[in-house]
Design a protein around this ligand. Structure first.
Ligand code: IMP
Length: 428
């Protein structure tokens, strides 16, 4: 199979986990390149449901190499718990998992600072997962972060923890009135995972490039979504990593020429968790219907997701900055039975129609979506396994998306199960 990047084209939760799981059968390596255990990828296999936060979804397949790249921030207790929980359920996690020496560690003080900072923001909060993602990436950029490799050099590790605690405890105590961390507490907690993760620790940039040279096919698994990307999302209500396709290069150490396809996963409508602009949000009974029918509750935090109509302005932005070569549509069945379906084609702002996604939050806050209305369809698309078997208005809806974005729809997911998937392109 080709080397493929799978990226969320909206605000995350598009159903990437299932798509990665489906495509894993045809690839040899599955690699995550950014984010941390803020992600929640749900994969259903028969009667079994798995929610993965840190491990690539490919881990559920035997004999596939799974890589956690240098672009991630890793909370070691979460990693160990996830590995052990999978092992308890009979999933092999052994030499098939490699964790980059260069990945940054989410230290205990990171989650504390994340939560205290959010609480202090009041109604201006981002609505983070509270897992320390932002503070860990802050330290990475500030060049004070602690990486997986540091665990194997105890003196340096100890020095870094000591130095960091001076600043972190000042922030925690003086700025937020929180409880400071003791050195022993932090050092011992983090070091206690060293032995458990040692078998997985690897120079993943070397490994992945060797796999590429050997002609093995790689699936690059994005987490979150384009609109949560630190550079191209709705800043400042974003996550702290490069969730778009470009992140795959730096987050794993591969060159752009190795990529054959970039697939954007698009939910048939739109959702968002946490704060921030969402022009097509529906705060009415239709929004409620989408939430309940689509089971739109966060896989990581359980928070209800905000729901709204499909937004082509967002998707055009996403097509452009990711260089999408194909679109994967998920959750089409959630729209089953709706008489009319709206699709946003522009934003009205101060008497003008905007067709490009604005950068300024204040402009976004003042935007009203401009909708085109489409007829819904009778009958169910749930579990349909052939394009020709879809109701004709559902087919028209998909064709419309394809035409407006000028990118082909290559996969349609019609249910949670692996087999509820229609492939329109051979991705080998
Ligand atoms: P953080 O990544 O925990 O710092 O959260 C920053 C923003 O990204 C918040 O609005 C979160 O709700 C959102 N976010 C983080 N991870 C995910 C995800 O996996 N799916 C959807 N939203 C997410």
């Amino acid at each position: 199979m080709a080397n493929i990047i799978i990226v969320g084209a909206q605000w995350g939760d598009e159903g990437k986990g299932k798509i990665v799981d489906c495509l894993t059968e045809k690839s040899e390596v599955v690699a995550r390149y950014q984010g941390g255990h803020n992600a929640g990828h749900t994969v259903v296999i028969g009667k079994d449901k798995f929610i993965l936060h840190l491990l690539p979804s490919g881990v559920l397949h035997k004999d596939k190499l799974c890589i956690i790249g240098n672009g991630l921030v890793v909370e070691l207790s979460a990693l160990v718990e996830e590995i052990e929980a999978l092992k308890d359920r009979g999933v092999m996690v052994d030499r098939n998992l490699k964790v980059s020496k260069g990945a940054h560690i989410i230290m205990p003080y990171h989650a504390t600072i994340d939560q205290l900072r959010e609480a202090a923001k009041g109604d201006k909060k981002i609505g983070t997962t509270g897992r320390g993602i932002g503070p860990a990436y802050t330290d990475k950029a500030a060049r004070t972060g602690i990486r997986v490799v540091d665990l194997f050099f105890p003196d340096e590790f100890s020095e870094k923890v000591k130095n960091n605690l001076v600043e972190k405890n000042l922030i925690i105590e003086k700025l937020y009135n929180g409880t400071p961390f003791g050195f022993d507490e932090v050092y011992n907690k983090v070091m206690s995972f060293r032995e458990k993760i040692e078998p997985f620790v690897d120079d993943t940039d070397v490994t992945i490039n060797r796999c590429i040279e050997e002609g093995k096919s790689i699936l690059f698994e994005g987490a979150q979504g384009t609109m949560l990307d630190i550079d191209h999302g709705t800043y400042h209500c974003v996550t702290s990593s490069s969730a778009c396709a470009g992140g795959a290069m730096t987050g794993l150490g591969v060159g752009p020429k190795v990529i054959d396809e970039v697939l954007g996963v698009v939910k048939a409508y739109t959702t968002r968790v946490g704060g921030g602009p969402f022009p097509t949000e529906l705060n009415d009974s239709t929004g409620e219907l989408l939430r309940e029918t689509g089971g739109e509750y966060g896989a990581t935090t359980g928070r209800p997701r905000r729901c709204g109509w499909l937004d082509l302005v967002v998707l055009k932005h996403s097509v452009r900055i990711n260089g999408l070569t194909g679109i994967v549509i998920t959750k089409l069945d959630v729209l089953d039975g709706l008489k009319k379906i709206n699709v946003c084609v522009g934003y009205q702002y101060e008497g003008k129609i905007l067709t490009e996604f604005p950068k300024a939050m204040t402009v976004l806050d003042g935007c009203q979506p401009v909708y085109e209305e489409f007829d819904g369809w009778d009958g169910s698309t749930a579990g349909v396994r052939g394009f020709e078997k879809l109701p004709s208005n559902a087919k028209s809806y998909l064709k419309m998306i394809e035409q407006r974005l000028n990118v082909p729809v290559v996969i349609i997911s019609t249910g949670q199960d692996r087999d509820d998937t229609i492939f329109l392109k051979d991705l080998r």
